[in-house]
Design a protein around this ligand. Structure first.
Ligand code: SF4
Length: 227
């Protein structure tokens, strides 16, 4: 099977495993703030900090810019890396009124360039904002997604995350990429865990390089009675 065919099959099987799509109900600005907050922490922590911010700004996140440093930091402390995140958020909201319209209009590649020109926004964060807040066709790759893709062995070892994202954006549409991105994260959190992947319970095991190699290793390892 070609890469595209395997990815279609992976997507089909993961949709069966996770039938309810992830559809966050946030405004574009809330999504952008949430995405910055969620870096290197759990979604639950990021959600908690977003709620703190909404509470102290009276629901108007643009007011973030006016908040005293300490108040902002206290609100986002549970997310960790709060100093960097507070700086990133202040810049983000200060340019947001103009930025939002431009992100809507620009082609995806240019929108990624624009977002990554801001502090504390890398290409993964930019892609998450663009797919979930603006419905653009991007394929963000977080740690879980990357680990699962690496184990599946669909892409050459020397491809970096941006190369994989660009391949996905060229060959699949926004809905496909959004669903697959999030379902790979779900698989990484529940079955293809970092330490002990549960390959026997995984619907992708016959497509997966890691699982094939693991099986081969197990067959080659002599059992105590063979020694
Ligand atoms: S078969 Fe194993 S390594 Fe491969 S994706 Fe599934 S859990 Fe991960």
């Amino acid at each position: 099977m070609s890469k595209v065919e395997i990815l279609r099959e992976v997507h089909r099987r993961l949709k069966r495993l996770f039938p309810v799509p992830y559809t966050p109900k946030r405004t574009p600005l809330e999504q952008a703030v949430f995405t910055v907050l969620s870096q290197n922490t759990t979604d639950r922590n990021a959600e908690r900090c977003l709620e703190n911010l909404k509470r102290i700004t009276g629901g108007n996140l643009l007011m973030l810019e006016e908040l005293p440093e300490k108040k902002l930091i206290d609100a986002i402390r549970p997310c960790g890396m709060f100093k960097q995140k507070s700086k990133g958020l202040k810049v983000l909201v200060s340019v947001w009124p103009e930025l939002e319209g431009r992100l809507r209009e620009l082609p995806t590649e240019k929108a990624i360039e624009l977002l990554t020109s801001l502090p504390y926004i890398g290409s993964k964060t930019a892609r998450v904002i663009l797919t979930f807040a603006f419905n653009k066709n991007t394929f963000p790759i977080d740690t879980h997604c990357y680990r699962v893709l690496k184990r599946l062995g669909i892409f050459p070892e020397n491809w970096d995350k941006d190369m994989v994202s660009e391949f996905m954006e060229k060959h699949f549409d926004g809905e496909f990429n959004r669903e697959l991105h999030y379902n790979l994260i779900r698989l990484g959190r529940t079955i293809c865990k970092a330490r002990k992947p549960e390959c026997d319970n995984c619907p992708l095991n016959d497509l997966c390089k890691y699982s094939r190699e693991k099986e081969k290793r197990e067959q080659e390892t002599p059992t105590p009675s063979q020694l």
